[in-house]
Design a protein around this ligand. Structure first.
Ligand SMILES: NC(=O)c1ccc[n+]([C@@H]2O[C@H](COP(=O)([O-])OP(=O)(O)OC[C@H]3O[C@@H](n4cnc5c(N)ncnc54)[C@H](OP(=O)(O)O)[C@@H]3O)[C@@H](O)[C@H]2O)c1
Length: 341
């Protein structure tokens, strides 16, 4: 075991995507475990948009802010190298809340940690289709927004992991699916590779006009990953009794203050809309059940995913900024080492 444990520490609150000005890579020793803890050698770090929110000092978010001077917390996939927890053994493959570091100290009785099988064909999918993003997409589409076959379904951040899965799940469920994303190439990917019916490039098109053209009967379900102007454009084009699922509001995350809106709030009354928010830790316990339901689609090639993999812990910040500046497709990961049973 290497005796140095490098860790990304939140030294200052970031402004925008200036992560290099806010986070520092500190050298430490591999921690000693307390009773109930598990030491995981991180193989993959999951880069999640929501992590940016914890870097802000907001007290009214769904998780408390990361205290200055502490490690950045995130979902990791890795192997157990030491355990003082009865349910985890050396060599186990685990997905858990850990740290952006070489090793994670996990506390399974306090925060999410789960032992996994080594049998999945592509272990990266434990952080994509068969992980919190997949569960959020599945339950967001089929339960929270009550999406029905035949619905016109629109999703934003459609070339990112959660949006790409939500659109593919809606498609499998018999919907007409329109995705909103940030370039012509990404539009081509979601239509040609993922099977969406249509795509809108929010950087070069008027989103409201494009939605009106592509959804002439109105949008039955809008799965929002973005907020801001795109949420307003969708609100203006909803069908009567439509549903809006608030999965994420990424335009807010790197702002010092949340941006105001939606300005089309009155459409909730005019169109008798239902708005619903959902948050994956509320349903982590349902993950195995959702995985079983998605497996046939995955095995039939109906749930596809690209991976944007960056090698090396030291390159984490550049990789993370790509979530906010439209510089990647699919699921973002940092790879620290190869996973081997
Ligand atoms: N509720 C939950 O439990 C839950 C769970 C997972 C994720 N989420 C939410 O889902 C959303 C996506 O997160 P993710 O982790 O899956 O990351 P992701 O979608 O893989 O990456 C973020 C995507 O957001 C898009 N984006 C960034 N800034 C934007 C802007 N200003 N306007 C429009 N699009 C923008 C980018 O796509 P383009 O290239 O198209 O610009 C980027 O690909 C986030 O809002 C996140 O909070 C929520």
């Amino acid at each position: 075991m290497a005796d140095v444990n490098r860790t990304w520490v939140l030294a200052r609150r970031p402004h925008g995507t200036d992560f290099t000005g806010a986070l520092e890579l500190s050298d430490g020793v591999v921690p000693e475990l307390a009773e109930g803890e598990v030491l995981v050698r991180n193989a993959l770090l999951s880069l999640d948009a929501g992590t940016r929110m914890w870097m802000n000092p907001r007290e009214d978010s769904y998780s408390p802010p990361t205290p200055l001077g502490s490690p950045v917390i995130g979902m990791v996939l890795g192997t157990v190298v030491a355990s003082r927890h009865p349910d985890f053994r050396q060599g186990d493959l685990v997905r858990a809340y850990g740290q952006w570091s070489d090793y994670s100290v996990c506390q399974p009785d306090v925060a999410y940690a789960e032992r996994l099988s080594w049998r999945l064909d592509d272990l990266r999918q434990y952080l994509a289709v068969f992980g919190p993003n997949g569960w959020t997409a599945y339950l967001g589409v089929l339960e929270y927004t009550q999406t029905k076959p035949g619905d016109t379904f629109v999703v934003s951040a459609a070339s990112g992991v959660t949006g790409a899965l939500a659109g593919q799940i809606a498609k499998q469920h018999g919907c007409r699916v329109v995705g909103i994303t940030g370039s012509a190439a990404k539009c081509a990917w979601i239509v040609d590779e993922l099977g969406f019916d249509a795509a809108i490039d929010y950087r070069s098109e008027d989103v409201s006009e494009a939605l009106a053209r592509l959804c002439p009967e109105g949008i039955d379900v809008y799965f929002d990953n973005v907020g801001g102007d795109i949420l307003d454009a969708a609100m203006a084009n909803m069908a009567l009794f439509g549903r809006v699922g608030i999965c994420g509001l990424i335009v807010n995350y790197d702002k010092d203050e949340p941006i105001p809106g939606p300005y089309k709030f009155d459409q909730i009354l005019m169109k008798r809309l239902t708005l619903v928010g959902f948050f994956s830790p509320d349903f982590y316990h349902r993950g195995p059940d959702v995985d079983r339901k998605m497996r046939p689609w995955y095995e039939a090639g109906k749930l596809k995913m690209e991976f944007d993999v960056t090698e090396g812990l030291e390159n984490t910040l550049d990789a993370y900024a790509k979530l906010f500046n439209s510089a990647k497709v699919g699921k973002s990961l940092v790879q620290l080492e190869e996973l081997r049973p």
